[in-house]
Ligand binder design. Structure first.
Ligand code: NOJ
Ligand code: CA
Length: 738
């Protein structure tokens, strides 16, 4: 036996000399060790950097062939090594046993123009890594994971290409981990299958379990996840000042993702919304998951400015988009929430059927959608330059619409006896005002789908081009959830079918948005969060709207329905002692801080007429923008944003604060250099506060240039709003400079 560490022998075979290695047993073990733990991982690990090099993504396969990734930003860990994988029901899972059979990298740098939005052009710049993972033991079945690293964060998704040995599969659970680097502060609402209308809780990740019960307030239809979990978009801040936002993009034919939270290790893990029989997704190759998104910055303003989610959505395939237009509207709406003012229902009957003869019912005298009342709103819209009037409660069925889990609540085509469809359509058309249709489905999606074409045809026949849909209650088909795959497909079906009729859609109580307004631009706004209606049902915390842009609005525009001037609701003498927890000026600022191509002036017309000078801001403010400048922001505390109106030399600024007074700083450097403009500043009065003097405000006009800086005091739960326009030389001369 040789006693050397290894031996080399030379053999002569013909003219050739061969070298042969005979590893000894310990050497063999060492080689095996190196092969398994060094060489294979090296071959199976990939790194990717963002175009600006601030982000580094590392992908690797663990020893048992489990895919894993990690993410750093400016060398700080954002996501520590985290597993990826999908567990299937009835077939082997995509969790482990993989080897990397192919990797590809590529880069994209281009610019595109949204149909409407916060800016005219959007940069799309990323480096991509596409990893093909093959399971040798599963007849070489393969999946892909596509990573895109932008300068504002990461997007990745699972892809399931068409192949001989993978055609159909059923997802039991997705096991995507986000292993966070510390006990971050998080702005969260509890994980739920049916609602996103919870108030926000701010806490450490480690505190979620003990706060979960309190955070899960009662909502009409809810299915909270019992274990510690949160919904996305999930906004976090690390103790060393990193802002981290986790959400998803392009949620199509898949359920929405909640995040389970391990309060000890700070690991989050995907938890998909199940269907009626407990499955989470029915997949047929070619297929893919939505993108999982991680937006990161050391500046909060960059989170609000991120376009990563939109960039990960597909461009629209609609051939003609000329009919899709931003809308500013008023509506027969807030009066239903101002306790006792008026009602959706025509009568006080109950147990009604669509086949009943509603003209035989005794009217309650409080019906909101009467010809006379709707005309009042149309007149008001026409006089003050609004595009449209929303009319809720126009159709039969509201007598017992809620809480009965009834299949056929509405038919979407039969008006109440005191609502004249044709007459009002003509009246509105003459005044160049549109009426916005309302389709409350009462969550009976089956009934809505059955009647959808007739409902849309009815709209077209009567000159309607936009619909507000609603899904209050428990979903039918029974057992399905608002945020499950079935309903995700329903909302998209409605958007697509509406496009066939050139109808724009604003959905309420639908799944939270994921940037699909790029692909289906007629689905131009959603509610999907606690909006103004809750100000009349218990109130919203003053900080609520400083959180929403960092959470709910990351996915897309919100029909928040701002503009309440009469914030003390006891004013109506109907027994309500509710109050809207903002100053009047903060309501003005929302038109800038809450981006939407659909904006409502939600208060009653008579309240606007009491404050005509403040109302002027709502009349002036744009709903579509060339550019956006996020000037200051801190989630939960304050936001100040400036935007340039689309195609105009006009700018609007909105600043808001939570319950704490503060001084907002508006640096006008976004203005073109060397020119003077007139800024109209709408500010909280010196004595204003949301709970004592909400209607105290001042309005002043000053001359500003790109060098001007405004320091403006905001009252508690107050705001500032500024409109900036070109002025005549004579006007400029008489005004003070800022
Ligand atoms: C809830 C919606 O959010 C609200 O705007 C609507 O008025 C009611 N449902 C009735 O559909
Ligand atoms: Ca709602």
């Amino acid at each position: 036996m040789h006693d050397s560490r290894f031996c080399v022998s030379f053999q002569k075979t013909g003219q050739k000399r061969f070298t042969t290695f005979y590893p000894t047993t310990p050497m063999r073990k060492l080689l095996l060790f190196l092969f398994t733990w060094v060489l294979i991982p090296l071959l199976q690990a990939q790194t990717l950097t963002s175009p600006d090099k601030n982000f580094t993504l590392k992908f690797e396969l663990k020893a048992n062939g489990t895919p894993s990734y990690q993410l750093t930003y400016k060398n700080k860990p954002v996501i520590k090594p985290s597993n990826l994988g999908i567990e299937n029901n009835g077939s082997p899972s995509f969790m482990n046993g993989f080897f990397v059979s192919e990797t590809k990298t590529s880069s994209v740098k281009d610019v595109w123009e949204p149909i409407y939005g916060e800016q005219k052009t959007i940069q799309n710049n990323y480096n991509e890594l596409l990893v093909t993972l093959t399971q040798k033991d599963q007849k070489n079945r393969f999946i892909r994971i596509r990573f895109r690293l932008f300068n504002d964060g990461l997007g990745f998704r699972y892809e399931f290409p068409k192949q001989e040995n993978l055609k159909y599969f059923v997802i039991k659970e997705e096991h995507t981990e986000f292993n966070l680097a510390g006990d971050h502060k998080i702005f969260w609402i509890p994980g739920d299958y049916d609602t996103n209308e919870y108030p926000y809780t701010t806490s450490k990740l480690s505190e979620i379990p003990k706060l979960q019960k309190k955070a899960t307030v009662q909502i009409t239809a809810q299915q909270p996840i019992p274990t510690p979990s949160v919904q996305t978009p999930s906004m976090m801040k690390s103790t060393d000042g990193l802002y981290i936002n986790i959400h998803e993009a392009a949620l199509i034919n898949y359920p929405a993702m909640n995040l389970e939270v391990d309060a000890k290790t700070f690991k989050m893990k995907s938890h998909l919304v199940p269907d009626a029989v407990g499955n989470k997704g029915y997949m047929q190759t070619d297929a893919q998951s939505p993108w999982r998104t991680v937006v990161v910055s050391d500046k909060a303003t960059n989170i609000l400015a991120s376009k990563l989610i939109l960039n990960l959505n597909e461009p629209t395939q609609y051939k003609d988009v000329s009919w899709i237009k931003p809308v500013k509207y008023v509506g027969v709406w807030w009066e239903y929430f101002v306790a006792g003012k008026s009602t959706w229902a025509y009568s006080s009957e109950n147990n009604v059927r669509l086949t009943d003869d509603f003209s035989t019912f005794k009217p309650s005298g409080r019906h909101g959608a009467t010809v006379e009342n709707v005309k009042k709103y149309i007149d008001f819209a026409a006089e003050h330059g609004f595009d449209a009037v929303l009319v809720e409660g126009w159709n039969i069925g509201w007598e017992d619409w809620i809480g009965n889990w009834k299949e056929e609540v509405f038919d979407f085509t039969t008006p109440y006896p005191d609502f004249d469809v044709k007459g009002l359509a003509k009246y509105a058309a003459n005044k160049k005002v549109k009426i916005i249709m309302h389709h409350e489905t009462s969550a009976s999606a089956t009934n809505y789908e059955r009647r959808l074409d007739r409902a849309f045809q009815f709209m077209v026949d009567n000159g309607y081009n936009a619909v507000k849909t609603g899904y209050v209650g428990q979903i039918i088909p029974r057992g399905e959830h608002h945020d499950g795959q079935w309903m995700v497909n329903h909302y998209i079906h409605v958007a697509r079918r509406a496009a066939d009729y050139k109808i724009m859609v604003n959905s309420h109580e639908a799944v939270r948005p994921t940037g699909l307004h790029r692909t289906f631009p007629n689905w131009f706004a959603q509610e999907s969060a606690r909006g103004t209606e809750f100000e009349a049902m218990g109130g919203l915390a003053p900080e609520h709207t400083t959180i929403l842009p960092f959470t709910r609005l990351m996915g897309g525009p919100m029909d928040y329905t701002p503009g309440i001037f009469q914030t003390d609701l006891s004013y109506y003498g109907t027994g309500s002692n509710q109050r809207v927890n903002t100053t009047l000026v903060k309501q003005l600022a929302y038109y800038v801080t809450m981006y939407s191509p659909l904006q409502m002036a939600a208060d009653l017309p008579e309240n606007y007429l009491r404050f005509p000078d403040a109302f002027q801001f709502i009349k002036d403010v744009a709903v579509d923008w060339d550019d956006t400048y996020v000037l200051e922001a801190e989630p939960g505390d304050y936001i100040t944003i400036a935007r340039k109106a689309k195609g105009k030399d006009e700018w609007y600024v909105g600043g808001i604060t939570d319950e704490n007074q503060r001084t907002a700083t508006v640096n006008f450097s976004f203005l073109p250099k060397g020119k003077q403009y007139i800024a109209t500043i709408y500010a909280d009065g010196a004595d204003a506060s949301y709970d004592k003097k909400p209607q105290s405000y001042t309005i002043r006009k000053v001359v500003v240039t790109s060098k001007s800086i405004l320091k403006q005091k905001l009252a508690s739960s107050g705001g500032v709003a500024v409109s900036i326009k070109e002025g005549k030389k004579s006007d400029l001369k008489d005004l003070p400079k800022l």
